[in-house]
Design a protein around this ligand. Sequence first.
Ligand SMILES: Nc1ncnc2c1ncn2[C@@H]1O[C@H](COP(=O)(O)OP(=O)(O)OP(=O)(O)O)[C@@H](O)[C@H]1O
Ligand SMILES: [Mg+2]
Length: 323
Amino acid sequence: MQHQSSPKLQVSGLQAYYLTERGSLKAVDGINFEIQQGQSLGVVGESACGKSTLGAALMRSLQYPGKIVGGNVVLTGIQLTKLADSRFNSEVRWKKIAMVFQGAMNALDPVFTVESQLREILKQHGYQGDIRSKIAESLKAVGLDESVSKRYPHELSGGMKQRVVIAMALLMEPQVLIADEPTTALDVLVQSQIIALLKKLQIEKGISVILITHDLALVAQVAEVISIMYAGQLVEIGSAKEIYKNPKHPYTQALIAAVPKLRSEDKKINFIPGAPPSLIDPKEGCRFYPRCPHAMESCRKDPPEFKTETGYVRCWLYQESQT
Ligand SMILES: Nc1ncnc2c1ncn2[C@@H]1O[C@H](COP(=O)(O)OP(=O)(O)OP(=O)(O)O)[C@@H](O)[C@H]1O
Ligand SMILES: [Mg+2]
């Protein structure tokens, strides 16, 4: 077992840009975090803030014209950023780190059964064991009956399809699983079943889960650590408890205020006025500054990460607490 003090995944200064004709779109721009063995991290933020790009960058599966332009990723002591593509492909992707891509459940091949799709992945990775029992075992691990293997995607419910794509990602027994919006388009009951499954995999198999979602209420059910992403950067990271009870960044505060409180009388959904900045030409300084109710002169300068009890916050309001 990995000792708690040596993190499973360490990401520092990660930058992934889309080199478009209009200029570099800085979708991931200086991301720092680490997760421990069996720990779960939530990545939360509004649409287009770079969540999927962050996941794809960790998997080295960025879509054209995406490129990792800076930073370091270390997985159990291996410097991934220094590995050649061929080694990353054969030794790391799917084997050490795997991802359930956004919308993957709708991208299952309609003309092949679940079994043949799982079989294909095992073959591609040169799996040496008994393929049939491996498929049965993987389906069981995600709460599906073995008989599901004979079915075609159109014969599965949304929840079953999502379980199949999770089984696919887990086939090569990765240590880190990135799940990108795994519950979008599923009804509320199925959503919590999928979340419970991710939690179970984390606890029983010791997998570190990175859960990407725009749903702050959902992420609280699975992640011990929550990071808040805004315009390509993490503005705050900390224990789930801390983030909910005592959110520090004005953006985190606004996000939490925007979660509709179903049980309360106040059904009004608060939203944050204004829009995120352009990622092609973000102005210097805090990227939330133009929308921030606490904006001040110093916000024109890029805020560094100020330490908090369980993580950090990138906001000049917390400058004093560090001195
Ligand atoms: N292939 C691409 N080429 C150019 N720009 C892209 C590409 N893919 C994503 N982007 C841009 O990168 C930014 C971040 O996109 P990304 O998909 O990572 O956001 P997201 O936080 O996952 O959003 P959502 O919650 O809607 O899934 C957006 O401005 C998006 O338009
Ligand atoms: Mg996305």
